[in-house]
Write a protein that binds this ligand. Structure first.
Ligand code: ZN
Length: 64
């Protein structure tokens, strides 16, 4: 299972490889990660992929 935050120039789309019918638009990357972690926590409580991605992204952002 992977929840992905897909950032392009015009939009940020959050989607899940296990939930083909699910997808949400985010206004910024931080919100995208929040949506991903929320989805993962509710539908894939044994997964830490989105959580780990959010953590790595926050570390990268803090380092910049
Ligand atoms: Zn899912």
């Amino acid at each position: 299972m992977t929840v992905k935050v897909d950032v392009s120039e015009i939009s940020i789309v959050v989607y899940c490889t296990d939930c083909a019918s699910w997808g949400e638009l985010a206004f910024d990357v931080a919100e995208g990660h929040r949506i991903a972690v929320d989805h993962e926590g509710r539908l894939h409580p044994n997964s830490r992929v989105a959580y780990t991605n959010q953590y790595k992204w926050q570390k990268r952002r803090n380092a910049a």
